[in-house]
Design a protein around this ligand. Sequence first.
Ligand SMILES: [Zn+2]
Length: 146
Amino acid sequence: MRLPYHIISSSVISSVVYILTQSFILAITTFFSGILIDIDHFIDYFVNEKKIKFDIKDFFYKCDNCKLEKAILILHSYEIMFVFLLCLFVINVQIYKGIVIGFLSHFMIDVLWNLTKGYSPIQCYSFIFRSLQKFEYKKIFFNNFM
Ligand SMILES: [Zn+2]
């Protein structure tokens, strides 16, 4: 999903978190983590460009038009989300809880969004699957293995 939609969805989700908990720190970390998880796309962009490059126009063009060859997307994976959730049992800190709420809500919205576009949620969001495909974008998104 694109950035403006993530800003809107993070605003709604963090508002609900605030209404339910009255915790400003929980709400604000939910908001920012729900957006900043997409730093994954910058990492992939740097990997694809083979250097750290801050060309925002080129970045959005290549990401929005599937012009990247590799899709690593470390944070956008079931495996990492599972680890974040497990850590909730040992990390009892509001900031961490907000980060997990933001990450998880963003992740679920991305999965549903891409499901409506016909992408397999298992192929696209399993780190293990992506690694078996050598993180090749076309194999992950455009081959139907299911
Ligand atoms: Zn995302």
